[in-house]
Design a protein around this ligand. Structure first.
Ligand code: BES
Ligand code: ZN
Length: 626
């Protein structure tokens, strides 16, 4: 396995050298233009997909998708083979798209991270290929939820999570963010269910269970998405709406009330929204992420439904990906910060336009704390090199590169550029970046080149490669890092200190605090609380039963640390229901260290694990060494 990877790397280096332009395009007019992606077996410089016609049947009984992926392809002259990525897929047969003649195929050796390459020989005249296939219980993108894992408790539910390299576990595809294609799909579900995709979507259940989809903009494979459930739609504005189980629909529509305003604000900043509609699907709580930016239809965790819109920056984040990520995409997962750093920056600009600078400053300071914590944790560990923005994930699961570094160090770099040149020039520059790179995939180096060409005046001190070098290629935080500040969060510091010194909880000046002030307050005190203070806080503010998931998780961490047993049943219930990895990691980490939980945590996890998506299972398995 290693051998073939090295071989591929070698041949791509040669192709790369022949290319004059470093620009990544999705077009074989420049057949040598694709950047080598260590996480895909595809060789797009030889044969590349252009359009997918997907026909799928959804069986909840068998927990299986089966169907046909018909790919229109483009080949460079002399190409004799097209290579797809697959992972735990069964390939039943392959036909030539035009003649329906069977074509032989071969599945290459299995690699735990990458899956299996699917080799299909090409005759001169083959321009499309039909792959008959079905998924398996190991198809990691898919989560088949039992009725009891849904809000309605009556019907099963299916959703996919394709990012980073899981699309290949439900569609045979060239699974690289550097390769884009358009798609259409026909999905057959059992009667009474609604199917939704990252495409133009239906708004109500079709009694015959057949749904047609079209995505007319070229997207990379990690943005392929499907969900099937008993779902309803509610309009939020001209271009926006929300899908959820009927039990959650009104609550979701209230929480997401401002989404259309966000879209208008986003367009004012960085140019027209090109994806026609922006809808949100609120999933059951097993969903492993806060949100996923599937084009036209963000997938979101129900843990953002706090009842007061306080966690809505997550939607601004996923919406921002419509520009940074979906329109201009990281070329490989080593450039992941281009997706996430830009998106965090854009998210905070959207939040600032809607709710003001003081609000956005709170988000920045909380993010800064996350960044500092991550850097502290990775210091003196073998993962120190992962604190560089440009990653080297070759031979590793790209999921290993997902940390606050891409998000918050990436954000900080962009803020430093904004500060350097002023907001006006910076915004003009970013508009240009998005316009000129629309529907392409870009490398970190292309971004740096673009900055030097269009942002810096010649001779300015930033006009030296060394500054970027420190930010992008060095671990840790650069010397010129400037931490953000927040007046509103600063005002909680005195209360936190006073409380630790004995000021009664009921006397704290917390009147206009939003959930962000509460988060900051809890972060300051959570390590130092006595049993008495835990009980006092709970009596005054009812943290154990809070409906705000961010506050709940901080509180639960403190409860585990300080043996606050009245919160234990709530912690167990939370872990059995919620599969959001960002919440699971700190809670299980705290449990491993706690004498109360050490002996019980594996037993608890054994029950809870069934409810988690493969992405979260993998992380927690590793954490608990299972
Ligand atoms: N695209 C990511 C989620 C993702 C990243 C999935 C890498 C798989 C691999 C999404 O946009 C995201 O960043 N979600 C965050 C939201 C947050 C930063 C507001 C999350 O899920 O916590
Ligand atoms: Zn993101």
């Amino acid at each position: 396995m290693k051998y073939s990877l090295i071989l591929f790397a070698g041949c791509f280096t040669i192709i790369g050298c022949q290319s004059k332009s470093s620009k990544v395009t999705n077009n074989l007019d420049h057949p040598a233009a694709y950047v080598y992606d260590p996480h895909s077996y595809a060789q797009p410089n030889k044969a590349v997909v252009k359009h997918l016609n997907l026909e799928l049947e959804v069986s909840f009984e068998k927990e299986q998708l089966s169907g046909i992926a018909t790919w229109e392809i483009q080949t460079a002259s002399g190409a004799d083979t097209i290579i797809f990525d697959t992972h735990h897929l069964i390939i039943d047969k392959v036909l030539s798209g035009s003649s329906d003649e069977p074509i032989k195929f071969l599945l290459g050796p299995y690699n735990e991270i990458l899956g299996q390459p699917l080799y299909i020989p090409l005759n001169r005249d083959v321009s499309s290929i039909r792959i008959y296939y079905h998924t398996t219980p190991e198809s990691a993108a898919l989560q088949w939820l039992k009725p009891e894992q849904t809000a309605g408790k009556k019907h099963p539910f299916l959703y996919t999570q394709s990012q980073a390299i899981l699309a290949r576990s439900w569609v045979p595809v060239q699974d690289s963010p550097g390769i884009r294609f358009t798609y259409q799909a026909r999905v057959k579900t059992p009667r009474g269910y609604l199917a939704l995709m990252s495409a133009r979507n239906p708004q109500k259940i079709n009694p015959n269970g057949i749904y047609q989809f079209e995505q007319s903009k070229p997207i990379p494979a990690y943005l392929l998405a499907l969900s099937v459930g008993v779902l309803e739609f509610k309009k939020l504005g001209e271009r926006c709406g929300v899908y959820a189980e009927p039990e959650l629909l009104n609550q979701a529509a209230f929480e997401l009330e401002d989404v259309e305003k966000m879209l208008i604000a986003a367009e004012k900043l960085y140019g027209p929204y090109v994806w026609e509609r922006y809808d949100v699907l609120v999933l059951p709580p097993a969903f492993p992420f806060g949100g996923m930016e599937n084009p036209m239809l963000t997938f979101a965790t129900p843990t953002i439904l706090a009842g007061d819109k306080s966690l809505i920056s997550l939607i601004a984040h996923e919406m921002a990906h419509s520009w940074s990520g979906n329109l201009v995409t990281n070329a490989t997962w080593n450039d992941f910060w281009l997706n996430e750093g830009f998106t965090v920056y854009f998210e905070r600009r959207i939040m600032e336009s809607l709710y003001g600078k003081e609000y956005a400053d709170m988000l920045a300071v909380l993010g800064h704390q996350d960044l500092i914590n991550t850097i502290e944790q990775l210091k003196n560990s073998d993962k120190w090199q992962d604190t560089r923005l440009k990653l080297t994930l070759d031979g590793h699961d790209p999921d290993d590169g997902v940390s606050d570094i891409a998000y918050e160090k990436g954000y900080a770099l962009l803020v430093s550029l904004e500060k350097r040149v002023g907001r006006k020039r910076w915004d003009t520059f970013l508009n240009r970046w998005f316009t000129e790179h629309a529907f392409t995939s870009v490398t970190t180096e292309q971004f740096i080149e673009f900055v030097h060409k269009h942002l810096f005046r010649k001779g300015s001190d930033w006009d030296k490669k060394s500054h970027f070098h420190e930010w992008v290629y060095e671990p840790g935080l650069p010397a010129n890092y400037q931490p953000p500040t927040s007046v509103r969060l600063d005002s909680t510091v005195a209360e936190a200190l006073a409380f630790l010194k004995g000021k009664p909880a009921t006397a704290l000046a917390v009147k206009n605090w939003t959930s962000h002030e509460w988060q900051y307050f809890l972060r300051q005190i959570k390590e130092q609380l006595s049993a008495y203070q835990m009980a006092e806080l709970d009596q005054a503010f009812h943290f154990t039963t809070t409906g705000n998931s961010e506050i709940a998780v901080l509180w639960f961490e403190a409860a585990i640390l300080h043996h606050y047993t009245p919160a234990y049943p709530a912690i167990e219930a939370f872990l059995k229901q919620v599969g959001r990895r960002k919440f699971l990691v700190p809670l299980y980490t705290a449990m491993i260290k706690s004498t109360d939980w050490q002996n019980r945590v594996k037993e608890l996890y054994h029950h809870a694990r069934k409810n988690y998506h493969a992405v979260s299972r993998k992380t927690i398995d590793e954490l608990l060494q299972i």
